[in-house]
Write a protein that binds this ligand. Structure first.
Ligand code: AMP
Ligand code: MG
Length: 407
């Protein structure tokens, strides 16, 4: 079988060319965080919907304060009191009158300024003012936050908790979002058992399925499990067919290297899928494949847990972000920083180190989270970034400058 070898960025863009965007569904406010807006949303009314007071004080007409000074104070008769939540909409100020207001109170007609309680002398039903107020002093104007009809969210916007607050402020209970992409996960390997099952000598527990399903979920996808399958072309084919029929994209792990038991490519080709690449020039994660069948991607990762996770981060994180409907740039952000502990090996291939990165002082620093051997799973713990070492690099001295990909 001829290998189709790609650089990481080529593989990433191949995947992004095959984006199936799911249709819309309505979700409640409570379920909307992390989802992506399906269609532009207009404000049903202005925010605030009435002129209101930002403080505790007195609302009045600024024209009545003309000429006020310490030597020439102006007196305003306080004729009423308005609290937040007062629903009277027929209050109106006559000349030289005002109302006491609390924070959030609607202003009566004719009031265009508010003076802070602490700034006036109040006695016998009137306030004494020793300065002029201008139009709109300390007034939150209707529509100053959101105008009625304004597009508040656009198709493709990612809904954060802040978005949810704005939806609630506008009284919106449901919003159209993209359906979660359904991501099928198939684990291949005759040695695999499910946690809970007894293990015989030589067998291992399937960890990839659980870590990848958790990643899919955290990224906002719907992880759909197709269980574990032995290294058998016909058995892998059956599961692949089932997954293609029900999922938007399928991830497989294991069986994509060049050994006699690496049969995923055979199964994929038997199904009539077109192989887009079969190796990526990165370590860990060189064995990696993508194939297209009925417009759906089958993305196959190495079974090696660390390799599977790192390849997922580099390939599937941006891809899932995209198929969720988000129109923003894929979320892998790279920064320059220093590798505090250096790296002792020279790297023939482009290599990704598991590190913990932080912005300290005025620069990004990264520290290895443990052994970088492909077989080590534990050093994924605490890993929040990958150091990207170019092919043909000599060892990196402690404190050497590196490119850090933040996850
Ligand atoms: P493979 O990619 O099939 O060559 O597998 C590489 C290594 O990863 C082997 O040691 C496998 O036993 C191990 N492996 C494969 N699949 C899984 C899995 N789902 N969970 C944990 N380890 C796995
Ligand atoms: Mg295997």
């Amino acid at each position: 079988m001829k290998q189709i070898v790609k650089e990481l960025e080529e593989a990433q863009s191949i995947l992004l060319k095959h984006v199936i965007k799911p249709g819309p569904e309505k979700v409640s406010l409570e379920a909307a965080a992390g989802r992506v807006v399906f269609s532009n949303l207009h404000a049903p009314f202005a925010l605030p919907s009435f002129n209101k007071s930002p403080l505790d004080g007195f609302a009045l007409n600024s024209l009545d304060t003309n000429g006020a000074s310490q030597t020439n104070p102006v007196f305003i008769e306080i004729i009423d009191e308005v609290q937040a939540g007062d629903t009277r909409n027929d209050l109106k100020l006559k000349q030289k009158t005002g109302v006491k207001v609390m924070t959030g109170a609607p202003l009566p007609a004719g009031a265009d300024a508010v003076i802070r309680k602490e700034e006036v002398y109040y006695s016998r039903g009137r306030i004494k003012l020793e300065k002029e107020l201008s139009h709109n002093t300390d007034v939150i104007l209707a529509g100053s936050d959101v105008r009625q009809g304004e597009v508040i969210f656009k198709k493709g916007d990612y809904l954060t908790p802040y978005h949810i607050g704005l939806l609630a402020a506008l009284g919106i209970q449901e919003i159209d979002v993209y359906k979660k992409p359904v991501i099928g996960i198939i684990s291949t390997g005759s040695e695999l058992k499910k946690p809970g099952e007894p293990l015989s000598y030589g067998q291992i527990y399937n960890s990839n399925h659980y870590s990848l399903a958790a990643l899919v979920k955290l990224l906002g996808g719907d992880a759909c499990s197709f269980g574990t399958v032995a290294d058998s072309i016909s058995k892998i084919k059956v599961l692949l067919e089932r997954a293609i029929n029900t999922c938007d994209v399928i991830i497989t792990t294991g069986g994509v290297s060049v050994g006699e038991c690496d049969l995923v490519r055979n199964a994929v080709e038997d199904l009539g899928a077109e192989v887009l690449y079969s190796r990526i020039n990165i370590k860990p994660g060189t064995p990696s494949m993508a194939a297209l069948k009925d417009d759906k991607l089958i993305i196959s990762l190495s079974g090696n847990p660390a390799a599977a996770l790192i390849s997922f981060e580099l390939l599937l994180r941006p891809y899932i972000y995209f198929i969720k409907g988000s129109l923003e740039e894929p979320p892998l952000k790279a920064v320059e920083g220093v590798l505090i502990d250096g790296f002792h090996k020279s790297s023939r291939q482009r290599r990704f180190l598991r590190v913990r990165a932080a912005y300290e002082g005025n620069k990004w620093v990264a520290r290895q989270t443990g052994s970088q051997d492909t077989g080590i799973l534990k050093s994924m713990l605490g890993c929040n970034a990958l150091v990207d070492i170019p092919a043909s690099s000599p060892p990196i001295p402690p404190g050497g400058t590196v490119r850090i990909i933040l996850l």
